[in-house]
Design a protein around this ligand. Structure first.
Ligand code: GDP
Length: 445
């Protein structure tokens, strides 16, 4: 099949040491031949694949001195022939080189088009492509790791193994239909049962990792709650290690939501100060209260702060609002009072910076689960989570009807489960899903 040459600047559009401009398609080397003058003796058309050649890059109105490398399909990222120019990284330089490539017949690539071609050419699965975009977009170490797990096809391998197990069981059902002898019916029923049990259990195990995986990928949202003046802003400052929140002595003055981010053990934590959730008659404060409740609802965990020197009925009221959420209770100002409270998880002093590290560790544990090793394998994409839930639903339905309906009827649910699993790797994903995923990529990837 003919494949149009597409081109894009693959590195960030900014002044930088070097940049990469890439072409993929049927004949990128033909384009390179018209705009690259090698310093050595080898003509462009005789370039060996996977080798860097130095020379002059003839751009639109100027020349640069750089490198050219040819990847021969199918052993390239896209599976097609690919040429990369490694130029100096200025904006005008890269745009000028791209303009020259386009004038020689290539088309500007759209978002994610290189990776989409790689997917369509069987170079990577859909989940691997998603891992790649997760890695690129991640600002935390844990996000990169979560993406890498997908990118390197580890989830795909697991899903494919589950699909194969189902396929084997279905093949037996088919055989059963063709040769409906009694013995075969019994063995295939048993085999279908055990295959379904096996696959359902594995899916369950994967689903259980999602809460942690999502936190690794997207970070953890922490809402800080507590009555005014308990030291919420001070704790936030102590956690962030700089003065971002305004600390004040007058109750209710930190009404604006103060936000900040830190990494704990490589995981991103986003803090929002809910600035005193409490019932109020004051109109402006009412707005603040509403805003605070929104933060509460959207948070993965709540850090509830009390003042050891001043625990009152107002604390009880707030505690009642947050106690059913995933809340961590910190009693602050231990430098002022050593009062103990049965609700406390941790005692801190924001002023003296005491137990702030312990607070971080507890936040980590509360958000990700105790004893979590972030180097493990986790489900991190909502799309995969939803597909697995659907697969499980269908397979459980099939499992529950083993023995009560004929195997060929049961096979319909089993096949639906198989299809839901296939959405993850892309085997059964619709064009809409695929397009949606690649549209999130940047141009040049
Ligand atoms: P918020 O209204 O809950 O955000 O509380 P702030 O962080 O603005 O603190 C209210 C007051 O308590 C300020 O005067 C802080 O300096 C003081 N404060 C905060 N943390 C501590 C602490 O650990 N010990 C003491 N003694 N004072 C604190």
């Amino acid at each position: 099949m003919k494949s149009e040459n597409i081109a894009a600047i693959s590195t960030a559009l900014a002044a930088s040491g070097v940049a990469v401009i890439r072409i993929s398609g049927d004949s990128p080397l033909d384009i390179a031949e018209k705009m690259f003058n090698p310093s050595g003796k080898t003509a462009v058309k005789n370039f060996q694949p996977y080798r860097m050649y130095v020379g002059e890059i003839v751009a639109d109105g100027f020349n640069d001195h750089g490198l050219c490398v040819y990847f021969k399909g199918p052993n390239s990222f896209t599976g097609e022939d690919v040429v990369e120019f490694h130029s100096h990284g200025g904006l005008a330089i890269t745009k000028g080189i791209l303009k020259k490539i386009l004038s020689l017949g290539a088309r500007l690539a759209v978002n994610g088009e290189f990776t989409k071609r790689a997917f369509l050419n069987g170079k990577l699965s859909l989940s691997s492509a998603e891992g790649l975009i997760d890695m690129i977009n991640s600002e935390s170490v844990s996000g990169v790791k979560a993406g890498y797990y997908l990118y390197r096809e580890k989830l795909n391998a697991e899903i494919t193994a589950l699909q194969d197990r189902i396929t084997d069981a279905l093949a037996e059902v088919d055989a059963d239909m063709d040769f409906p002898e009694e013995d075969l019916e019994i063995t295939s029923t048993e085999n279908v049962e055990s295959a379904l049990d096996f696959v359902i259990e594995r899916i369950d195990n994967l689903l259980k990792t999602y809460r942690t995986g999502r936190a690794l990928k997207s970070g953890v949202r922490v809402g800080i709650a507590g009555k005014p003046n308990t030291g919420k802003s001070s704790i936030l400052n102590a956690l962030l290690n700089y003065d971002k929140a305004i600390v004040s002595d007058i109750a209710g003055t930190t009404r604006d939501i103060v936000e900040g981010e830190i990494d704990i053990n490589g995981v991103r934590f986003n803090f929002s100060d809910t600035a005193g959730i409490r019932e109020s008659d004051d109109k402006i404060e009412e707005l603040g209260v509403k805003l605070s409740k929104k933060v509460l609802d959207e948070s993965d965990i709540i850090l509830f702060v009390m003042d050891a020197s001043d625990i009152t009925a107002e604390d009880d009221a707030i505690y009642n609002i947050i106690k059913d959420k995933n809340a961590l209770v910190a009693v602050n100002k231990t430098d002022k009072s050593n009062l103990k409270d049965a609700r406390a998880d941790v005692y801190v002093s924001a002023l003296k910076k005491e137990n702030i590290e312990k607070l971080k560790e507890m936040l980590f544990e509360r958000a990700l689960g105790a004893g979590i090793d972030i180097n493990g394998d986790f489900l991190c994409e909502e799309r995969h989570f939803e597909a697995l839930k659907r697969a499980k639903e269908k397979l459980v339905m099939a499992r529950n009807s083993v023995g009560t309906v004929p195997l060929d009827i049961l096979a319909i649910d089993v096949k639906d489960g198989w299809d839901a699993l296939g959405e993850i790797s892309g085997k059964t994903a619709t064009e809409e899903i695929t397009n949606d995923i690649f549209s999130k990529f940047c141009v040049g990837k």
